[in-house]
Design a protein around this ligand. Structure first.
Ligand code: ZN
Length: 404
């Protein structure tokens, strides 16, 4: 096979120093001194012993809400979820920068930090209808050579309390959204059957998955976990349904959480977490041990919901590890798995990882191994997407370029 380029002296997570041969955007060879055996004409980039890790996967973002790229704005939302929903509606339509542009600003921040795949929720409501979806779709198109994106049609303001939103969600899926969203069927809608039946019907109709925001506490949340698992099982949607947050799983008794984990594992319902401030972290280790696919994302990054965040998934893994008291190296490895391989499985990304045959989608970082990369999260030096350089030393290139 004709090798297009080599990354030499790359450290793998297991500590080995290897040369990575790239052909047609894929990892074609991986081994000791591979580059030395090939003609001098093949371009070589010496990584100098830095760690090479697979492109990161952000499983939960809100690209349409970010204020990235705008001058700093004082945080205006109140303490409740409803006040934040209302603040969004007051601020976002009047910003001087479009949804497409703001989403693009945040995508590029993520790309410079090694994110290769992401799932963003996009607000669908009666006021903005599909406008935010159109903006994020345009941003996706513009950045398709740098990152892969899934879009969830997200009923931020509710479904049953806002007549017409179910039709808008259906239209959003027809218009390019990849999954249907949902939100707190009891707390926001006070009609769990109505909302869940409605959104699962859309998913079934169009053959797409679901990703449902579930902030509801304790047994209220647990009730909806059970309802979501029951519908997933009944409709054969296992592997295509995610619960976002699921704070309730960290608030109920161990026995209740264990039973919920078993239900989720059997139904094929995944969980995405971000280690939210001020709220409980779901029991990540217990859920994984029970067979639940748990992955992670950044959620709100510098927006009307939260002033914090940069898009750095290694920093996010560190926050989750800190919050979950993950201290040993194997526990920090778990935090990394949430923002890499586990996320890739959840998003259905094939050919993932640093392995022969996988896509050459990776980044390099000056760290001895995964635990140090997570704990210290130093800047990424080189970011490749499908074998091409998309960012270098914290700067996104205007267009992807081959290694030369
Ligand atoms: Zn969210």
């Amino acid at each position: 096979m004709a090798i297009d380029a080599f990354l030499t002296n790359a450290r793998l997570a297991d500590g080995r120093l290897v040369d990575i041969g790239i052909a047609d955007g894929r990892i074609a060879t991986l081994g000791d001194n591979e580059a030395a055996s090939l003609p001098n004409s093949v371009p070589i980039l010496n990584i100098g012993g830095d760690l090479a890790l697979p492109g990161l996967v952000d499983g939960h973002l809100h690209l349409d809400k970010t204020l990235m790229g705008l001058p700093w704005m004082p945080h205006a939302a109140g303490p409740s979820r409803m006040s934040r929903i209302e603040t969004d509606k007051k601020i976002l339509p009047h910003l001087p920068v479009s949804t497409e542009e703001r989403a693009g600003n945040l995508i590029r921040e993520c790309v410079t930090r090694g994110t290769a795949h992401l799932r963003t929720h996009v607000d669908i409501d009666r006021e903005s209808r599909l406008a935010k979806l159109d903006g994020v779709l345009a941003a996706r198109e513009k950045h398709h050579g740098q990152v892969s994106m899934q879009i969830v049609a997200f009923p931020q303001s509710g479904v049953m309390r806002c007549p017409g939103v179910l039709d808008l969600l259906d239209a959003a899926v027809r218009g390019g959204a990849d999954l249907v969203g949902g939100i707190d069927p009891l707390e926001i809608d006070r009609d769990p059957k109505g909302q869940l039946d409605g959104i699962f019907a859309i998913a079934e109709r169009h053959g797409v998955g679901l990703d449902i925001h579930l902030h509801e506490p304790g047994e209220m949340g647990l009730f909806n976990v059970q309802e979501i698992c029951a519908r997933t099982h009944a409709l054969g949607l296992g592997g295509k349904v995610t619960i976002s947050h699921g704070f309730c799983l960290g608030q109920v008794t161990e026995r209740q959480a264990g039973a919920a984990a078993e239900l989720m594992a059997t139904a094929g319902v995944a969980l995405v977490t971000h280690g939210a401030g001020g709220l409980t972290l779901p029991p990540v280790a217990m859920l994984r041990a029970a067979g639940v696919l748990v992955f992670a994302g950044n959620d709100d990054i510098r927006d009307t919901w939260s002033p914090y965040g940069t898009g750095d998934l290694l920093e996010r893994a560190a926050i989750i590890g800190w919050k979950g008291d993950f201290r040993r190296d194997d526990e920090v490895d778990t935090a990394f798995d949430l923002v890499s391989a586990a996320g890739a499985r959840a998003l259905g990304i094939v050919d993932y990882g640093i392995a022969v045959g996988a896509s050459a989608t990776l980044f390099t970082i000056p760290a001895s191994g995964v635990p140090e990369a997570v704990a210290a999260h130093p800047p990424r030096k080189l970011v490749l997407f499908n074998g091409k350089i998309v960012a270098r030393n914290g700067v996104v290139l205007p267009a992807p370029i081959p290694i030369a």
